[in-house]
Design a protein around this ligand. Structure first.
Ligand SMILES: Nc1ncnc2c1ncn2[C@@H]1O[C@H](COP(=O)(O)OP(=O)(O)OP(=O)(O)O)[C@@H](O)[C@H]1O
Length: 776
């Protein structure tokens, strides 16, 4: 921490009259003022007439550029090195504070400290390639002891603003908008916009008086350009234009203007008290008495490099005010501040430090793995592609198509992810299976009912243990292979549900199930045979791609034919379906054959019993006649056929379950791949939509980028300024940008800001008072 004396400069407003009573010393630092004795005090009057002061500089008849060099250059350099700064202008009303801080009108040469400081900051930013800077600006106004955010979205609201102290005991205004600016032009534009909020009415009605204190702040964040560096230095420069002190008796103001003057004088008087307390090194300093002293706390005794400009208007009629300003200025000059570099403890920077440490640790682990011959192990989070791949591997593993070694297990993270993926894939397959089984059971029930209606004696009851329903199997032979659900008009009729036509039709969404499928189908009148990805809940996120569900089915059909992956998966599904259909056909035919054999066995048994009944008992044993013998032979072969077919039926039934699963898995794979593919198409689909939109508007590509005449003129102007004085380009451009807004009616320019309107009225009153009175 370095002790710094607050620097004080006096700047004089040029006067028209001679005999101002002000004398400047040859050293450029001393100034004396002659205050004539008060004649009303009588002939014996010991009043002092001559007062001398010494400052860091007295600026008389100096250009704005010279003023900047004396007052601000060093402070801005120090800002760019990471130190806080404050430059504040103090003085009686009309003494030239605003001229010094902001400038005189829109003339480039008359621009004040604020535009010049902005230029200086960005010139440094451009020049220091070894550093990275981020610049923000804020603009605060203190009017009648209220805080206003001149760059906020809702000017006029001050409730959210409060002057607080941060962890380093530095003051800041909570809730104040900090606008990021990347160039001189952007920063100037913000400054000009803020000025409008403050003085829209002032420009129009009274160009000479500010009835509020303002603080324009440039916040700078500096880092070394090493991206890994977490060290940031934060500094800010407050450029303060105080409202002018005013002798209300002298100006004779009344009403709102008097109230404003009282607020101004009160806050300036507390500023004096604060400076006096600091100067005397009092234990208690009344910083909190007014918003102004709270805001200026750092500038007066904290971590800040401070410069005061004492503006004086050395007309003989203002000698009292001049003396008072110089007295106050000389007291301020006794103050010291504690300057320190503001290194940041920003949590974002700590985060970056931890990220760097994690990166280093990962690199170390990788090195150890390499040295121990483990090969390359990734400790990073899995990417989306890797996760998809992992899920696919897990699915293959659960289907028996991959080995345990195929599952990644080279790091704890991968093992955990693999378990998670296994659980997810298992749950998905289980859900698919449950849906499939429910569907198939329903189809079976309905098929059985139909069978019961359409067939009398050949039911499974005929063979007892061949009843496949008992094991949740199939009723055979009642739904034709090419069965399809009813067309839309039929769906509404009772008993015509899709289950009736289920049979071995085209694939359905395993997730949607038949009911959903049917309703989706009903909604869009789509083709049932296209496996309807519509009903796939996972496809809901693709709604943006397909304008109507019908599009989606059409795209799905195309996907199965035109896209290699789709073709392959659709082929696999078809093969699985066809294997399933074959097995079902076999079961059907074996079932019929078993039933047939059983019926024949029963017939033969009855015939044999009859035969035995006809043979006379008590003979020399039972002698089979040739007819009975033939019956028995046939019975034997019928039983053999029954047994063989029954065994085959059992075998075929065992094949059925895995084949149903295979169809479900193939269908899920197809739909999942389709979802992925369709999601990947969304970008190009949007582009196509944009192109189509442009075509509809009748625009050729790039046509909308053409400049209009105004834009062309502006471009010419910019070219001219760039040629003559490139440095002034940002100033002119920002002024033009904000000037356009200035020319709008006040209510629009200030966003309907009631404060600005009220201020206009107050300023008008004040101007009238000043014109009547003595101030100007
Ligand atoms: N050094 C200067 N050179 C030329 N003109 C100046 C100078 N100082 C002040 N003026 C002019 O004097 C007038 C009053 O100045 P300015 O508005 O800056 O005073 P002020 O101290 O800000 O007043 P207030 O406190 O009432 O706002 C302006 O027209 C300004 O252009």
């Amino acid at each position: 921490m370095v002790k710094q004396a607050v620097k004080v400069f006096v700047r004089t407003r040029p006067t028209a009259t001679s005999g101002s009573g002000l004398k400047l010393g040859p050293d450029g630092q001393s100034v004396s003022v002659n205050v004539p004795k008060d004649a009303s005090a009588g002939p014996v009057n010991n009043q002092q007439e001559q007062f001398s002061f010494k400052f860091d500089g007295v600026l008389e008849n100096v250009s704005q550029e010279a003023a900047y060099t004396s007052l601000a250059h060093e402070v801005v350099d120090s800002l760019m090195a990471g130190y806080n700064g404050t430059i504040f202008a103090y003085g009686q009303t009309g003494a030239g504070k605003t001229f010094t801080m902001s400038g005189g009108g829109t003339a480039y040469a008359h621009r004040g400290l604020i535009p010049r400081a902005i230029h200086h900051v960005f010139r440094e930013v451009d020049m220091r390639a070894d550093k990275m800077y981020r610049v923000h600006v804020s603009y605060l106004e203190i009017y009648n002891e209220q805080l206003y955010d001149l760059l906020g979205d809702t000017p006029g609201t001050s409730d959210a603003l409060a002057v607080l102290e941060d962890a380093n005991n530095s003051t800041y205004v909570r809730g104040l908008t900090l606008v990021p600016v990347r160039s001189e032009e952007e920063a100037l534009a913000q400054f000009f916009l803020g000025e409008q909020g403050r003085t829209t009415a002032g420009h129009v009605l009274n160009a000479e008086s500010s009835r509020s204190h303002t603080v324009f702040t440039i916040h700078v964040e500096m880092r070394t350009s090493d991206a890994a560096s977490e060290r940031a230095v934060l500094s800010k420069l407050n450029l303060v234009d105080l409202a002018g002190s005013e002798r209300t008796k002298k100006t004779g103001v009344t009403g709102q203007t008097l109230k404003e003057a009282q607020f101004i004088n009160r806050s300036l008087s507390f500023l004096e008290q604060t400076v006096n307390a600091l100067s005397r090194k009092d234990a208690y300093v009344p910083f909190r008495q007014t918003k102004l002293t709270a805001v200026l706390r750092d500038a007066l005794g904290g971590n800040c490099k401070t410069v005061m400009v004492a503006n004086i208007w050395a007309e003989p009629s203002h000698s009292d005010e001049t003396l008072s300003t110089l007295r106050f200025a000389s007291r301020v000059r006794t103050l010291t501040t504690d300057l320190a570099l503001n290194e940041s403890n920003d949590p974002a920077l700590l985060l970056r430090r931890y990220e760097r440490q994690i990166k280093e640790l990962k690199a170390e682990l990788a090195m150890r793995d390499t040295l121990s011959g483990k090969g390359r192990v990734s400790y990073d989070d899995l990417t989306d592609d890797e996760l998809r791949e992992l899920h696919a591997t897990c699915r293959r593993f659960l289907q028996g198509e991959a080995e345990p070694e195929d599952l990644p297990a080279d790091s704890m993270k991968r093992v955990r992810e693999t378990f998670k993926a296994l659980r997810a894939v298992h749950a998905a397959i289980k859900a698919d299976m449950a849906t499939q089984m429910a569907t198939l059971r329903r189809a079976t029930d309905e098929g059985s009912a139909a069978a019961a209606r359409g067939s009398d004696s050949a039911g499974p009851a005929g063979v007892g243990d061949v009843d496949l329903r008992a094991t949740g199997g199939f009723t055979v032979g009642h739904a034709p292979l090419d069965a399809r659900p009813p067309v839309r008009s039929e769906l509404g009729s009772p008993g015509a549900g899709p289950g009736a036509a289920e049979g071995l039709g085209e694939p359905r969404s395993p997730r949607g199930g038949l009911h959903t499928q049917a309703s989706s189908y009903t909604d869009v009148g789509s083709n049932w045979g296209d496996a309807g990805p519509l009903s796939n809940p996972g496809g809901a996120r693709l709604a943006g791609i397909f304008s109507v569900a019908g599009d989606r089915n059409a795209v799905f059909r195309r996907y199965k034919v035109d896209v290699g992956e789709g073709r392959e998966l659709a082929g696999a599904l078809k093969a699985a379906n066809s294997a399933l259909a074959d097995t079902k056909a076999t079961i059907r035919s074996l079932g019929a054959s078993v039933n047939d054999a059983k019926r024949r066995i029963d017939e033969l048994n009855s015939a044999l019993a009859l035969r035995r009944g006809a043979t006379p008992a008590g003979g020399d044993g039972e002698v089979l006649d040739s007819e009975a013998y033939a019956l028995m032979q046939e019975l034997k072969s019928a039983k053999a056929r029954y047994r063989t077919d029954f065994d085959s039926l059992k075998g075929a039934r065992e094949e059925l379950e895995p084949q149903i699963q295979a169809v479900a898995v193939a269908r899920a794979a197809l739909l999942e791949a389709f979802d992925r593919w369709a999601a990947a198409q969304s970008d190009s689909t949007l582009k196509r939509m944009a192109t189509a939109g442009r075509a509809m508007a009748g625009l050729a590509p790039g046509e909308e980028d053409e400049m209009d005449a105004g834009e062309q003129f502006e471009r010419m102007q910019i070219a001219r300024i760039s040629e003559r004085d490139p440095d002034s380009l940002a100033f002119h451009t920002a002024l033009k940008r904000t000037g356009a807004a200035m020319s709008r009616p006040a209510t629009v320019a200030t966003g309907g800001n009631a404060k600005a309107a009220a201020m206009a009225t107050r300023k008008m009153e004040h101007t009238q008072a000043v014109n009547k009175g003595l101030a100007r």
